[in-house]
Design a protein around this ligand. Sequence first.
Ligand code: GRF
Length: 222
Amino acid sequence: MSRKRTAILISGRGSNMTALIEAARDARYPAEIALVLSNRPDAAGLQRAAEAGIATAIVDHKAYGKDRAAFEHALQEVLTAHRIELVCLAGFMRILTAWFVAQWPERMLNIHPALLPAFKGLDTHRRALEAGVREHGATVHFVVPEMDSGPIIARARVPVLPDDTEDALAARVLAMEHRIYPLALKLVASGRVQVADGRCVIAGPCEDEDALFLPGLIKKPR
Ligand code: GRF
């Protein structure tokens, strides 16, 4: 099977992007990172992507003012020009309209720094500390029009420790993000993830360690 041409959309430092690029260096990995696209010309991740030899593009949302549709059409045009098959949002800080989401049904992934459905939106680590939860984490899910929702592909838990600061907790979560995003993309790109009744079902078998991160049903081959 040919490797799925994947675009990573970023707005910032791109550490998840880097984790995906690293994973895709292996020729057996079922996705190739064909493009890194940023809405911010100053996103640090752009340079990192270019250094890794990956095509980069900028669609600056500011150039479109309040015209979200025009911005998204420009995004879509770049993705089409690069023959992109899968999209990974990785710290992409724009809200997407239902139109754009509909261009990528079960082909657009997002990573969110919380155990969804808890703590949708911003400042997840601060809010987790304020809420006093004992467990926090990260989630990779398919993108649907409602923000930070959609079928969950992979999820990793971390403990919240008594003296945690926002930064310490964020770092612990980020380390797990870098494990589960490459795993989730691998499963989707290899065609092993299906959505049934709004939930992901994964065709097995999975490494025991991977299975830990997959809350969905893992269907063993007969
Ligand atoms: C990550 O915490 C991700 O979960 C969230 O935005 C952050 C992006 O970080 N969506 P990076 O740019 O991947 O380092």
